[in-house]
Each structure stands twice: as structure tokens, then as C-alpha cells.
Design a protein around this ligand. Sequence first.
Ligand SMILES: [Zn+2]
Ligand SMILES: [Zn+2]
Length: 333
Amino acid sequence: CGSDLATLSGQSSLYLSPLVSTPFVPGHEVVGELLDDAGDVPAGTRVVLDPVLSCGPRGLSPCPQCAAGETSRCDHITVGDLAPGLQTGYCADTGGGWAHTMLAHRDQVQPVPAALSDEQAVLAEPLACAIHAARRARLGGGDHVLVVGAGTVGLLVLVALRALTAATKITVVAKHPRQRDLASELGATTVVSPDRAASALRRATRAFMLRPERGQPLLLGGADVAFECTGARPGLDMATRSVAAGGQVVLAGMPTAGADLAPVWLRELELTGAYASTGADDFATALELVSTADLGGFVGGIYPLARWRQALDHAFGAGSLGTLKVAFDPQRE
Ligand SMILES: [Zn+2]
Ligand SMILES: [Zn+2]
């Protein structure tokens, strides 16, 4: 996941530092087999993991957020039976997916239907996050949606928008040729490269386009909702500059850098966070959608753990190599 790569390359916000415990084993997008019974789920069951380490996995009675079903907003991610850690893969006590074995709580595991391949199942977690992001948006029929970024997050947000919302026009900003092809196949109305995004959106929404003395063009008018799916500053600036006054920007990618908030102020935009997913419902929808959407080829490289250097090189270069996801298979030698 991009958040793993941001952690490894030192790009992650230090805001997150008290919410992890070291040393941790990375890996929060996991498909695996239970070695022990987990409550009512017997040993041997193939499962996917909801990585959020909320009150349940921590052996705590639910905080108000968890009690309301909003486990991704849990206030107790640093206390209870486990060391601090917002998720599995960032916690010293649980282990993580980049290993042969790890620990998981019953609340975190969802059985995988037999018809799904491991390559499909490993997309359940990122798809659950994308579904959560789509559900965080206020979308009406006829709305014009902008998706900034066409890596795994952007493309899965597109899949979720098409499956679950009434958005009709979806413009996807994609950097690399393979991403552009996939965005078209998965239902984007328009696919544009970053340098053409503002003018394409200007035409499509009959907005005015203006050029500041420095930085990206801005629109007066524009999309109703934008999903920021890169986590990088140019993507954030593009999203806030491309949404019409009173519109919404959903932060679906983990932001690794600041952005110019002037458009949020002037255009009275709503900035909406979308972190992880909220438990069983988003995962159930994800497991359903992963079997019907055509996501074959999303996992573009599978490596044994011993080849971690090649795996990480591949993942860091994924966009330009035409790859979306790189996975470890600890069973392989
Ligand atoms: Zn992730
Ligand atoms: Zn909680």
C-alpha cells in the first residue's frame, strides 16, 4: 500500500508517530489462513483482515465512536491489551502481513468466499477503504465527480463510485498509460493527464479557468465533489482548485504534505477525511464487489519475502511500470 511505502521512505506525517509502536512488521492488506479458531471462525478458514486496532481487538469496552459503529474513528488506539498502533502493520504486538504468521482478533477477520482467488481477496481491504471514501461523499444524481490519481486508491474509488453512488460524470486524472486504460475500462466518463485536467474539467462543467501567478490553474465552477487519491501536494491542490464553490473534497489518500488552503476558504469547500473502513459492512460490500468488478491484473507482482528488495523496487516504481499492487506471498520460497 502507498502508506507502507510512505512509511519506508520517511514521507509519512509525524502526526502519526505516537499512534504506532516499534518495532512493527508492516502489512495491513492481508489474506491468510487461520491457524487457530477465532471465536466462531474455525482454524483453516481463509480470511481477510480489517486492520484497524479499535476497542474490540484491544479488549476494551467500546468507546463512543466504536459504540456507534465507527471503528475507524476509535479513540482508544493507543491503550488496552495491545501496544499503541492505529492498525495491524503499525503495532509492535500484532505482527503484520509481511511475515509468515501474525495475530488477529475475531473482530478483524472476515471469511473469504471460496470462489475468490487470493489475488482478488487481497484487494478487499483497499476496496473497503474506497467504499468508505465513496460513502463519505454527499453525491446526488447528475453530479460531476473528479478523481485525482489512478493508482490503486483512485481506481478502487472509481469502482466504488460506479457501484454504489448516483454520480453520473466521473473525470479521472491519470498519469500513466496503463492507469488511463484501466480508468476507462472501469467506468470513467473522461480520463485526462494531470496537465490537461483543469481545461478538460472547465469544458465539461462550463467553468471559468484562471491562472495564478504561481501554481496550478484554478476553476470558478468545476466538479461537485473531488476525491484526492494521491496523498501528494499537487493532487491536493488540484482537488481544491477544481471543485465548485460549496463543493466537497474527500481525502482518500493518506496526505503526506501540506496544501494551499486558500481555495477551501474562498470557495467555502468542505474537506472530508476518509480513513480506513468501518468494519463488517464495508468489508462485506468489498468482498461482493471484488468478485463482480473486473479487477484482474491489479496485483502485478507477487514476491517471496526473501526477495523484499525487488518487491519494494517494483512497488516504488509501480506507476511507471504499469503495476498497481505488489504483494508478498510468504508461502513462496
Ligand atoms: Zn493500505
Ligand atoms: Zn474505540
